[in-house]
Design a protein around this ligand. Structure first.
Ligand SMILES: NC(=O)c1ccc[n+]([C@@H]2O[C@H](COP(=O)([O-])OP(=O)(O)OC[C@H]3O[C@@H](n4cnc5c(N)ncnc54)[C@H](O)[C@@H]3O)[C@@H](O)[C@H]2O)c1
Ligand SMILES: [Zn+2]
Length: 341
């Protein structure tokens, strides 16, 4: 699969874990996290330049960004040196941003090792870090030079992280790829799923198509990827990014946004109930966590970067596998919909 963008193109290759190690050179600078380093210690021991960072979202910060730049300079990385990001979305975003900045931009190879990173964060060229003031507040568009996906990496991924990525796969189905829904309803995402490669390919291909058509978020198509995310992000923020993983928050967000769509007459009746059944089958939550104030959620949604003075902007389903960005939605109406459920 090839992804085309304004500055060129990059291939997304499906490989075995073995062929990933075989494809790397002994001196390639590899940045990874502690969990990945522990699971793949033996393979990594044959590489000389491996930089291991703490695991988790808190690593995606300015300090670690600076450490990577310092390390690249220390190992003598040149403008043509290819930096390898081996890990989940945290490593991909952070190392991608370091690669965008080091010597004003060096190539980087994305090797996603979580389902979320395979189907979402490794494709599209958005890289960045969190600031104390908020998530993903500093970043760049810096496309990878290549993405290598080995679904076998998921054999070591904890089950909850699997479900986390599964939410994005379902989302891909809901917004643009109905064939994924048929497959997932028969057989939800799980480790060693017989169709895992096809599921990943279909999800990635959906994202490829969208980012090719709207690379810099200018025509509304890329914003459709946000289905479930406007409510989901608000939930994550209200919970201070604790308790729920991103995929869990957007599972709830997709159910809520389908309800909103139904009440606005955009989404066919019964959609929200079916999505709730899908999420439950996948082991994902479907309800706004107890104790969260719906009014405050909507206030947070109104602060979303896609909202305008005329109201909220939501990517809403118009059927299975089709969606539309709807703008100018009255926040008061959304409050009443969320309260009445
Ligand atoms: N750039 C984008 O377009 C984009 C899109 C979506 C999400 N993101 C970003 O992605 C990040 C979330 O990514 P994530 O969910 O992959 O989180 P993550 O990178 O923190 O990985 C989740 C956990 O799985 C562990 N792990 C990774 N691979 C493993 C493996 N093969 N076996 C065992 N454990 C493994 C990690 O150490 C971590 O503990 C967020 O920071 C989010 O902002 C970016
Ligand atoms: Zn997401």
């Amino acid at each position: 699969m090839i992804v085309r963008h304004s500055r060129g193109e990059y291939p997304i290759d499906f490989r075995s874990v073995q062929s990933i190690w075989a494809g790397l050179k002994p001196l390639d600078p590899i940045v990874t996290d502690q969990n990945v380093a522990r699971h793949y210690a033996e393979a990594l021991s044959s590489f000389e330049r491996v930089f291991v960072l703490p695991a988790g979202e808190r690593t995606k910060n300015l300090t670690q960004f600076g450490r990577i730049l310092g390390w690249l300079a220390g190992v003598g990385a040149k403008r043509s040196t290819r930096v390898v990001a081996l890990g989940g979305g945290v490593i991909g975003d952070l190392v991608g941003f370091a690669a965008a900045s080091y010597m004003r931009g060096v190539p980087f190879l994305q090797i996603p090792t979580t389902l979320l990173a395979m189907v979402d964060s490794s494709v599209g060229g958005k890289v960045g870090i969190d600031l104390p003031a908020g998530k993903n507040l500093a970043g760049a568009f810096h496309a990878p030079s290549e993405v290598w996906i080995a679904p076998d990496f998921l054999n070591t991924l904890p089950a909850r992280q699997h479900r986390n990525g599964a939410a994005e796969v379902w989302k891909a189905g809901y917004i643009h790829r109905p064939e994924l829904l048929d497959a997932l309803r028969k057989n939800p995402v799980r480790p060693r799923h017989p169709d895992l490669r096809w599921i990943i390919e279909a999800s990635v291909d959906m994202k490829r198509q969208v980012v090719e058509a709207d690379e810099f978020e200018t025509n509304g198509l890329r914003a459709t990827l946000n289905f479930g995310h406007t409510v989901g992000h608000a939930i994550e923020r209200q919970l201070s990014y604790r308790r729920l993983l991103h995929g869990e928050a957007i599972a709830v967000g997709m159910v809520c946004e389908a309800k909103i769509g139904e009440r606005l007459g955009v989404t066919p009746a019964g959609t929200a109930d079916q999505i709730a059944a899908d999420m439950a089958q996948q082991g994902l939550p479907t309800e706004i966590p107890l104790g969260l104030d719906r009014r405050e959620l909507v206030t947070t949604m109104a602060g979303d970067k896609k909202a305008t003075d005329s109201g909220l902007a939501l990517s809403l389903l118009t059927g299975w596998g089709t969606c539309k960005l709807i703008t100018g939605i009255d926040p008061a109406e959304v409050v009443s919909i969320l309260i009445s459920e």
